[in-house]
Design a protein around this ligand. Structure first.
Ligand SMILES: Cc1ncc(COP(=O)(O)O)c(C=O)c1O
Length: 245
């Protein structure tokens, strides 16, 4: 059951989740904490009114410190900030690792199966695990998640500040709900969007096309994107704006 939505404005904001009408008998409250497609982020977690919070954190994992005690289950594909695609990391509160799951849940998808077998019930994706391990070491050497948050805020500010003063490009998300990882933006014309994407691609800025369901542009600026990369994009956008006035 959906208890909150921003569908009325194309998911461009996070609804007020401070006093939701959550059924007493709900098993959990679910959020996608950072919406990769629309570029929104829950900067404040919902008031779950005592229910367990389950969060898909695929696109904000390891981008900033997290208080895991606020969640029942955190899970995320590693393919954004952590390592090569093909693996999911789950952090689950001990008492939720249970046997009484839905009868059709396949054995290997039960948290209990994985927990009881040290995540080695099947042959795991060893290469991805190894690469994630290298990233964890790198993260620690950089100063950990506090440092990542600082860097990501600095990085995102370069792009958002430019968007906020541009006469051509506009961010699509309400300011207070903006993601640090995924920055969707548009111009006022489809034709200009297409020209920008084509020229950017020619200049070496790849994957700037927005998700196929929303169009426009999207810059994904995960941990691995250096500040210099964002500055270069903004310089390119400013030039494009000047040349296409
Ligand atoms: C927030 C979020 N959840 C889920 C997915 C889907 O992940 P997968 O393709 O690994 O199932 C993605 C995309 O990678 C995502 O960004």
């Amino acid at each position: 059951m959906r208890v909150a939505s921003s569908a009325d404005k194309t998911f461009s904001y996070i609804p007020d989740c401070s006093d939701l009408d959550i059924p007493e008998d709900a098993d959990y409250v679910y959020i996608c904490e950072n919406n990769t497609i629309y570029g929104t982020k829950f900067h404040t977690l919902p008031n779950t009114k005592g229910h367990d919070l389950v969060a898909d954190v695929s696109s904000c994992f390891l981008s900033e410190p997290v208080d895991v005690s606020k969640y029942g289950i955190i899970y995320g594909g590693v393919q954004k900030n952590v390592g090569p695609a093909g693996m999911v990391i789950s952090i689950i509160r001990e008492d939720l690792i249970r046997d009484d799951v839905m009868p059709f849940c396949p054995t290997m998808l039960k948290f209990k199966t994985q927990a009881d077998n040290g995540s080695l019930y099947n042959t795991p994706n060893c290469w991805s695990i190894y690469m994630c391990g290298l990233v964890f070491k790198w993260l620690k050497a950089q100063g950990g998640l506090t440092e990542m948050k600082k860097r990501n805020e600095e990085k995102a500010a370069i792009l958002y500040d430019y968007l906020d003063q541009s006469a051509m490009f506009h961010g699509t998300v309400r300011k207070e709900d903006r993601s640090l990882m995924n920055v969707p933006f548009i111009t006022d014309s489809e034709e200009l969007n297409a020209r920008f994407i084509a020229e950017a691609t020619k200049a070496g800025f790849v994957s700037l096309k927005g998700h196929r369901t929303v169009g426009g542009m999207r810059a994904s600026i995960y941990n691995a994107m250096p500040k210099e990369g964002i500055q270069k994009l903004v310089d390119f956008m400013a030039d494009f704006e000047k040349n296409n006035r």
